[in-house]
Design a protein around this ligand. Structure first.
Ligand code: NAD
Ligand code: MN
Length: 816
């Protein structure tokens, strides 16, 4: 080719990055051992696996295939190390983490080459994105290690953390997991994905090189069925942090249910990429390239659903096809390549299967005219038009370079179409009208919203899902809470395990007497001698649904007994139907979240005021139900009033943050309501338990379906009169009385309930966690360890506010 010809075609020449240093490093180290206690050890079973180079299909390295004995050894090492690391001052941990960041930068090119060789992603991405972000993550979290004592007072590390990561961003996912864990003083056993362990092993070598204390980080490679499952079920692991598919996430939720292990899940997505007709279409085209062809589309938050305003759809599709013709696919180590190889033959087959299905379903498939390399696992960028929203390719995560496009007419239609998915990881909004973009962003059910940009990540800005994309955040301050727990919990959790919460409660309701004079008088006199006068027995509280007092669907009532077994009233025996009605009412009241925080504060203050007016009546009711001293009951009512004040105060003060990642722009981190929260109140503290749960939830804009204390429901049902007189909109609080565990099961199974809180016996907690896997609803349970609701540290504050919210990060770049 002569100069003139080159000038004519403007062809790229090859610009290969050398694989030699990477291959030499592999040769020196393989077969790779497991990294336990800063030593390389042989796998107990003596088995090894091939890791392949997806660009050639040929074996690249031999890695150890661990089994459960190796996992035991790694967990034991992490446990031993936790004894010291967990007490190591923040500043010292910060120094280690700073050293990790520095060492990653020193080895950055080797890490980039290894990542491209092992995963098949273009060197341009590993060199310019993955590895720099890895270093950034360790720097950022070194800062949190330094500041932990002052910025997270009252919190301590969780302990030994099991971390399981996918193959699509091997080293970056490792960093997202390890950096916050170490910063908060935990120790780690990490399992890389089976196809992509090499950079994790290089990382292990780095830790050895910079002298991280032995056992703080252990890397165990191998198969999911051997290593992953053993880690998840290990009794000495205190937390599991998982990134991967929703199906596996669901099975991990079930496997850990009731174990008391903390859990965070970063799962799949089918993220919308919304283009309004006033968007800058040339930027949009580059945005789409980054959204779906970045990393071959193997990105959890890939913009895989293109939603275009109807009038510009043809024009955009034409521009996109022209751009697709120019994308370069091939050797991942070629610096001019846009699209590399798919990670494995299995993944390639799955992409092809879903694409075939799309064609069968009647959508129009388009691929560029050029051909993919025949050696290795390559798949061309693919665009579907004419897609109907209910089809498989519009709903299922393809996890490949496949974009499906649909059209809309109005912003409202765009939002509806965008939210028409079980996932909720991310979304992109493209419009030159900032009013429109910022109006749409809060309406999208997604953890990250990118305005006129896409796939931006930074350690300062939390990342994570709504709905079935999982729960928990990685990055930002919110991500730290995944790796700590309140210090007071340790005292409760270590004290002789799960005692049933029987303080101030009655024995089982079977065979109690209803009119025994002797018992009567015992009940009338409180233990401090106060003579309680009871309201008449025929006063029958109803349930409270959609702002109305309603009778139970079942037509049955259940007796409420006092401490001595005397019947003191009846409440409705709620059933499945009542719960469904209540959930529907709670959904219909979702406008509550859109109202002002000032308004929510006003209503909470007003409820406190109305409760205070009836302080004596509520105190007597508590005495009547629990037999506690009148003075104690009064203090429960007064604490409830104070608690309402606290959340009235918080409702306009729990505000989120503005992050400044290294880009021209800002990221708005907004705590948003979760939606409909189902809650089962503790047995003890019939009023305070109820108020302590509903107040933070509604202060943050959620609507709730509450099952009051099963033993002592009358304080909660008395409250609806308070709520009715406090201007609370209908449906924001719904109260269904009855058998706690039966009703809880209906709520926990319900697909339209977004979170379930349960404060009751350990078995009940386990059932809630199990059932929650159906729609991946968030759960909050106490594993049968009752907290002291009178105490302001245990009974109110930030923990409750965090459980009531999920953080959305809205990225707003600026400048021309
Ligand atoms: P995967 O769920 O198959 O595997 C993820 C990891 O879990 C691997 O290390 C695997 O070995 C392990 N694993 C599999 N079964 C297990 C089990 N039963 N118990 C314990 N561990 C088990 O996912 P993948 O194919 O590696 O990755 C692709 C998926 O990951 C996609 O769904 C993608 O959306 C998701 N992902 C999510 C995020 C996020 O942050 N939300 C990021 C990257 C990838
Ligand atoms: Mn590989």
């Amino acid at each position: 080719m002569n100069l003139m010809e080159i000038f004519e075609t403007m062809e790229y020449g090859p610009a290969p990055e050398s694989s030699a240093p990477g291959l030499a490093w592999i040769k020196e180290h393989q077969p790779f051992g497991l990294f336990i206690n800063n030593q390389w050890v042989k796998p107990a079973g003596g088995q090894y696996l091939d890791s392949i180079n997806p660009a050639t299909g040929k074996p690249l390295a031999q890695i150890a295939a661990a089994n459960s004995a190796d996992v035991d050894a790694a967990v034991a090492a992490a446990r031993a190390a936790f004894g010291t690391w967990g007490k190591t001052p923040g500043h010292v941990r910060a120094r280690y983490m700073y050293a990790i960041a520095r060492h990653i930068q020193k080895h950055s090119r080797l890490l980039a080459v290894l990542e491209s060789l092992d995963n098949g992603k273009p060197i341009r991405e590993t060199r310019d994105l993955d590895i720099p972000l890895v270093a950034r993550h360790f720097y950022y979290h070194a800062g949190w290690a330094q500041l932990m004592a002052s910025e997270l007072p009252g919190y301590e590390p969780v302990g030994v953390v099991g971390q399981i990561i996918p193959w699509n961003f091997p080293l970056l996912m490792l960093a997202w997991k390890i950096a916050p864990a170490l910063a908060m003083g935990n120790t780690v056993v990490l399992k890389p994905a089976r196809y992509t362990s090499l950079t994790a092993l290089k990382f292990a070598e780095i830790m050895q090189e910079m002298g991280l204390p032995p056992g703080v980080v252990n890397i165990v490679t191998g198969e999911a069925s051997q290593v992953g499952e053993a880690l998840v079920s290990h009794p000495d692991v205190n937390k599991i942090a998982f990134t991967g598919s929703t199906d596996v996430g669901r099975s991990i939720r079930r496997a850990t249910a009731g174990s008391g292990k903390k859990l965070s899940l970063e799962l799949g997505g089918k993220s919308p990429f919304i283009v309004f007709d006033d968007a800058d279409l040339d930027s949009v085209v580059e945005g789409v390239v980054d959204a779906i062809w970045f990393n071959q589309g193997q990105v959890c938050c890939a913009g895989s659903r293109l939603l275009v305003q109807e009038d510009i759809a043809d024009c955009l599709v034409e521009k996109l096809r022209a751009r697709m013709e120019k994308l370069r696919i091939g050797d991942p180590l070629d610096k001019a390549v846009d699209i590399g190889a798919i990670v494995s033959p299995g993944q390639l087959k799955e992409i092809q299967r879903l694409v075939n299905q799309g064609v069968e379903e009647g959508a129009t498939m388009w691929q560029p005219s050029w051909a993919c390399p025949t050696e290795g696992y390559f798949f061309p960028p693919t665009l579907f038009t004419n897609v109907s929203p209910a089809t498989t390719i519009a709903q299922v995560e393809i996890f490949g370079p496949v974009l499906v496009s649909m059209t809309f007419r109005t912003p409202a239609e765009a939002v509806a179409l965008a939210n028409n998915t079980r996932y909720g990881l991310a979304a992109s909004v493209w419009s030159e009208n900032i009013n429109l973009a910022l109006d749409v962003a809060p309406k999208l059910k997604a953890g990250s919203v990118w305005i006129n940009c896409t796939n931006l990540f930074d350690a300062s800005s939390g990342f994570g899902g709504y709905r079935e994309s999982g729960f928990g955040r990685e990055g930002g301050k919110e991500g730290l809470y995944e790796y700590v727990r309140p210090a007071w919990e340790a005292t409760i959790y270590s004290s002789s395990a799960a005692l049933p919460s029987t303080n101030g409660s009655v024995p089982s309701s079977n065979g109690h007497m209803t009119d025994d004079d002797e018992m009567d008088s015992a009940a009338v006199t409180a233990s401090d001698g106060y003579q309680a006068t009871y309201p008449p027995i025929d006063r029958t509280p109803k349930m409270f649904i959609k702002g109305k007092q309603v009778r139970p669907d079942s037509g049955y009532s259940r007796n409420v007994y006092n401490l001595t077994g005397r019947v003191i009233g009846q409440v409705g025996e709620g059933n499945r139907k009542d719960i469904r009605n209540a959930v529907e009412a709670a959904h219909a009241a979702s406008g509550w979240a859109a109202g002002t925080t000032h308004n929510r504060a006003q209503i909470l203050y007003y409820s406190a005021e109305n409760l205070a007016v009836r302080e004596d009546e509520f105190a007597r009711r508590i005495v009547q139900q629990t037999g506690c001293a009148y003075a104690e009951a009064t203090s429960e009512v007064q604490t409830s009033i104070s608690r309402l004040f606290s959340y009235a105060a918080w409702s306009d003060k729990f505000e989120g943050a503005v992050h400044r990642p290294p880009l021209r722009g800002v990221v708005l981190a907004m705590p948003e309501a979760i939606g409909v929260i189902g809650m089962a109140c503790p047995d003890a503290y019939p009023l305070l338990g109820f108020i302590s749960l509903i107040a933070p939830a509604i202060a943050m804009g959620n609507t709730v379906v509450v099952i009051p204390s099963q033993q002592s429901p009358l304080s909660a049902t008395d409250c609806y009169q308070v709520l009715e007189t406090s201007d609370l909109p209908d449906g924001v609080v719904n109260i269904v009385t009855g058998e706690r565990d039966t009703l809880t099961q209906v709520l926990a199974d319900h697909d339209d309930v977004d979170a379930m809180w349960y404060f009751g016996p350990a078995e009940g907690c386990k059932r809630v966690e199990l059932a929650s896997a159906s729609n991946m609803k968030r759960t909050w349970v106490d594993y049968g360890h009752p907290r002291n609701w009178l105490d302001t540290v245990q009974g109110e504050g930030e923990e409750f506010l965090r459980e009531s919210t999920q953080v959305k990060n809205i990225w707003v770049p600026y400048g021309d």
